[in-house]
Design a protein around this ligand. Structure first.
Ligand code: XMP
Length: 487
């Protein structure tokens, strides 16, 4: 019987190096035609990637894939929000109506931290703004917003189209804390805040298309709505279509690739197909036209596929098999999806010749993932669940697990669990640590590029005592490190 290995079973042997982590270039390929400056992709899960995550991932040099537990129009809207994002402009600000009471504004400030709230009517026409200057007294709480707002006639406004440097100038010259941008009819289109300008950074690594818009991917199923969904998101500018199934080596997935590659509205967009774990599967998906293949059957932190079905493949072996299946088609990237617990696992996945990694659990606890933060036992958490969990399948992902025909949720056979993960703050902090670990790993191996990492890394299999030695041992950790937790 063949032996199969995963991340914890191997280590990379150090090599002579004159390379510092700061010399390293982490650029890699996501698909045949799309490069990314950091080889990290956020997973299409309903507790991981909607537009906020996709925007943050693309700004930092990776890319996010919008999940598919959304009606077609909502998923297309998520794509639109990413493609229309311009650093500094807040495109869908929280607003209130003139008939709301000041207490509502208070709550917005408390829950979201937004202290300046535009007031709009039912048609979206800007009527005024309330800021903290107008509502500090307790007796104000029941007053109508209409009675205290600064009316639009007294506001300095900007009209679309406007670019960020012009908006900056207005804010500076007029000494504003917030600038509202409207269209010709007076509808509120976006706001720009002084605070954002102050912390405004450049994003030199951002993943952008030829029109300088951020790139975004979209998950699709193989069901009847495949083409409608693909056309709707293509219409909003989606850069990548990801056929997202639990068993990618299947007739449905092969046919879905062919359908997308034939249709006039989608054929110019790169298609990623998965998930698979064997050489035959990779070969067949590439033959069908896939522009990248996603590897991973059951490694994910929330997955129970291997336990429920007895089927799967430990991830390092799955990547090695996939490399064999890809053969000479090296222009088709392999994405290692699931099971990444630490930055060192990213180095191992790439060293085994994956081109990028897809993360769920490591990103689910960040500010930009969908959902509220939860407080339990004095710690902050965010919900994280498998797309094959009961809750996610009820919301639509049942066809990912071949259970589209089941109407009664009591009959689902789940392949994932629902849980929570520690809140980790903005995703840029997590990415900083992950990319930092990757760069340090490349420094130890004396390699400057991902390609050299793939050519020169020398993996060794370790024993269970080696694994114990890998982690801190024989001490009690007294202070949390930003890049290490041992659950
Ligand atoms: P991590 O380890 O990053 O894994 O949390 C995320 C990946 O796990 C896959 N996924 C699932 N696999 N049952 C499964 O067997 C599930 O319910 C499930 N939900 C997500 C998916 O590939 C994701 O990117």
């Amino acid at each position: 019987m063949q032996e199969a290995l995963t991340f914890d079973d191997i280590l990379l042997t150090p090599r002579y190096s004159n390379i510092l982590p700061s010399d390293v270039n982490t650029e890699s390929k996501f698909t045949r035609n799309i490069s990314i400056k950091i080889p990290i992709i956020s997973s299409p899960m309903d507790t991981v990637t909607e537009h906020q995550m996709a925007i943050a991932m693309a700004l930092e040099g990776g890319i996010g894939i919008i999940h598919r537990n959304l009606p077609i129009e909502r998923q297309a809207e998520e794509v639109r929000l990413v493609k229309r994002f311009e650093n500094g402009f807040i495109k869908n600000p929280v607003t209130v109506s003139p008939d709301d009471v000041v207490d509502t504004v208070h709550r917005i400030a408390e829950e979201n931290g937004y202290k300046k709230v535009p007031v709009i009517d039912k048609k979206g026409i800007l009527l005024g703004i309330v800021t903290e200057l107008y509502y500090i007294w307790p007796e104000d709480k029941s007053k109508k917003v209409r009675s205290i707002m600064k009316p639009v006639k007294n506001l300095v406004l900007a009209r679309e189209p406007i670019n960020l440097s012009k908006a900056n100038k207005i804010i500076k010259n007029e000494k504003l804390s917030v600038l509202c941008v409207t269209d010709r009819s007076g509808k509120l289109r976006s706001i720009v805040t002084r605070k954002d300008l102050e912390k405004n950074q450049d994003y030199p690594l951002a993943t952008k298309d030829k029109d300088k818009r951020l790139r975004v991917g979209v998950a699709l199923g193989t069901g009847n709505d495949l083409l409608d969904r693909a056309r709707a998101v293509a219409g909003k500018g989606a850069d990548v279509l990801v056929i997202d199934t639990a068993h990618g080596h299947s007739k449905n997935v092969i046919e879905a690739i062919k359908i997308l590659k034939k249709d006039n509205l989608t054929k110019q967009i790169d298609v990623v197909a998965g998930n698979v774990a064997t050489k035959e599967a990779v070969r067949d998906l590439i033959k069908a036209g896939a522009d990248a293949v996603k590897i991973g059957i059951g490694p994910g932190s929330i997955c129970t596929t291997r336990i429920v079905t007895g089927v799967g493949a430990p991830q390092i072996t799955a990547i090695m098999e996939a490399v064999k299946g890809r053969g000479k088609n090296t222009q088709v990237p392999l994405i290692a999806d699931g099971g990444i617990k630490y930055s060192g696992d990213i180095v191992k996945a790439l060293a085994m010749k994956a081109n990028a990694v897809m993360l769920g659990g490591l990103l689910a606890g960040t500010e930009e993932s969908p959902g509220e933060t939860l407080l339990a036992g004095g710690k902050m958490y965010k919900a994280y669940r498998g797309m094959g969990s009961l809750g996610a399948m009820e919301k639509g992902s049942k066809d990912r697990y071949g259970q589209a025909g089941i109407k009664d949720s009591g009959k689902f056979v789940p392949e994932g669990i629902e849980g929570r993960t520690l809140y980790r703050g903005p995703v840029c902090k997590t990415l900083y640590q992950l990319v930092g670990g990757l760069k340090s790993g490349m420094g130890y191996l004396g390699v400057k590029t991902i390609k050299q990492l793939q050519q020169k890394a020398c993996p060794v299999k370790i024993t269970s005592s080696g694994k114990v030695e890998n982690h801190p041992h024989d001490v009690t950790i007294t202070k949390e490190a930003p890049n290490y937790q041992n659950n």
